[in-house]
Design a protein around this ligand. Structure first.
Ligand code: ADP
Length: 170
């Protein structure tokens, strides 16, 4: 049910992949840049439409778009918190990012979903803490709702991969 891989999320063949976006929804660096580059303009066009309707995406929230040229069916864009020493509700907000992504997946009848290590790149969230939050939030969610069949954690760097490997063994 929960898988772990080391690699590029744009190549993962789940029904949805999650993007660690920013509040503008207009693309950026890291995984966001990789998804827009590989997926092409159709994703960005839909992001613009969402922006025009609701003015971007708040930290902790999530929106869903088409997947452009990627092999998945949907992209779920969520905005994780920037790490600010832990005193700006970062933990709660990262939990919300995972939860709201999962809620959107269920609302759209998605059965398999891949997550990057949200907030652990440019947003500088401590990796071990972020991994604990990701795993615990997802496990808690799966206990309540069993509509999802497969969750994949996609780690781009070995540091995150090794942290997840250790935590998922527990
Ligand atoms: P944030 O702003 O949320 O920190 P980043 O994109 O900077 O977002 O980083 C989030 C995580 O995504 C980091 O662990 C980074 O190593 C990882 N990442 C970067 N490119 C990819 C990719 N192509 N596939 C999966 N993960 C990626």
């Amino acid at each position: 049910m929960i898988d772990l891989i080391k690699g590029d999320i744009t190549k993962v063949e789940t029904q949805a992949i999650v993007n660690a976006a920013n509040t503008s929804l207009l693309g950026g660096g890291g995984v966001d840049g990789a998804i827009h580059k590989a997926g092409g303009n159709r994703i960005l066009e839909e992001c613009y439409k969402i922006r025009n309707k609701q003015g971007g995406c708040k930290v902790g929230n999530a929106v869903i778009t088409n997947s452009g040229n990627l092999s998945c069916d949907f992209i779920i864009h969520t905005v994780g918190p920037k790490w600010n020493g832990g005193k700006s509700k970062e933990i709660e907000l990262l939990e919300k990012s995972y939860e709201n992504s999962l809620k959107l997946a269920i609302e759209n009848n998605i059965k398999s979903i891949a997550f990057p290590n949200i907030s652990t790149g440019i947003y500088n969230f401590p990796k071990e803490k972020a991994a604990e939050i990701a795993i615990n939030t997802i496990k808690k969610f799966l206990l309540k709702k069993d509509a999802l069949e497969k969750i994949v954690f996609v780690c781009y760097d070995y540091e995150n991969f090794n942290i997840y490997k250790k935590l998922l063994k527990k």
